[in-house]
Design a protein around this ligand. Sequence first.
Ligand SMILES: *Cc1c(COP(=O)(O)O)cnc(C)c1O
Length: 373
Amino acid sequence: MTDFSVFTAPGINALHPYVPGKPIEELERELGLSGTIKLASNENPLGPNPLGREAAAEAIAGINLYPDDSGYRLKAKLAHRYGLAPEQLVLGAGSSDVIAMTARTFLAPGRSAVFSRYSFAMYPIYTTAAGAECRVADALSPDDDGMPYGHDLDAMAKLVDESTRVVFIANPNNPTGTWLQTEALYRFLQALREDVVVVLDEAYTEYVTEADFPDGVAWLGDFPNLIVTRTFSKIYGLAGLRIGYGMAGAPLIDLISRVRQPFNVSLPALAAAEAALDDGDFLQRSRENNDQGLKQLAAGFDALGLAHIPSVGNFITVDLQRNGGEIYQKLLEKGVIVRPVANYDLPDHIRVTVGTEAENRRFLEALQEVLAA
Ligand SMILES: *Cc1c(COP(=O)(O)O)cnc(C)c1O
């Protein structure tokens, strides 16, 4: 028998596929449960963006046609919103698609990418898939009282050398929820060689209400090597449609767009995203629900004597001081799906997405029961 693993491209055999949150349908099928809740993938608990949902439903009538490959209307709208030229935008099937395109454009065997420990699981996958080397910087100490487990920008800068072509930074970071403040991040970018591309992954930026929080888009004029990625999957509530975007100087976008698959963003997704941008009310409600939910969960963890990592995202990662995988399993049996984070090097933590008030309450009650058992 032919062993095809001998013939794979560099990096492929070393890959471990991304493990997504468990779908509700799968859990209910396996355990014969109903009424389960999923707080596992940082999806919007208020449902889909209403304007986006309506636009997608209308767009379905035209799906015999390919979508507009240039994304003309959505790009025009985003460009107007951010004060950019349309040539400064690239659209993706989720922002992960844009991150993957950037990796594909600049990484190869003999090159390296730098990112932090406990950061987004796709960075090592895209780096390894390109045959490049992962340089993983130590995070801030768990005992740091400011930002435990957060990105240590000095440690990251030290790992950059001539082989480094890409640095990945998630702000806020997933799965920790930690964040970088304006001045520290700006100084990091200033000190970095201009031929190293920085992917500033802002998937959760619309949730952040902290005063000192950077807006990467405002810095695009200062840093031609910066690409900022954002998504419609999180606060816009359109994760199932797969749409996100990247913003950078036009020359960088031109290069990255060369590896984009034709028609990578579907017709309903384009329509939904365009409409969703007008739904300020939904955004506001989502942000308020999140702020209250973060407080509710934090108070719940305090009451259970559990330490959590400070978060400005739509999720919190909590230290259970025992095996998180086991607690995850027991929560599943109670119809509550959260995210184990052992694959992020956090075996004693679980990550929970902020749900509605009732979902958060149900999760906290289930957690209390499981921990007491
Ligand atoms: C969710 C997430 C993304 C984006 O996911 P898409 O659905 O592909 O847009 C990107 N980065 C981080 C850190 C995330 O958590």
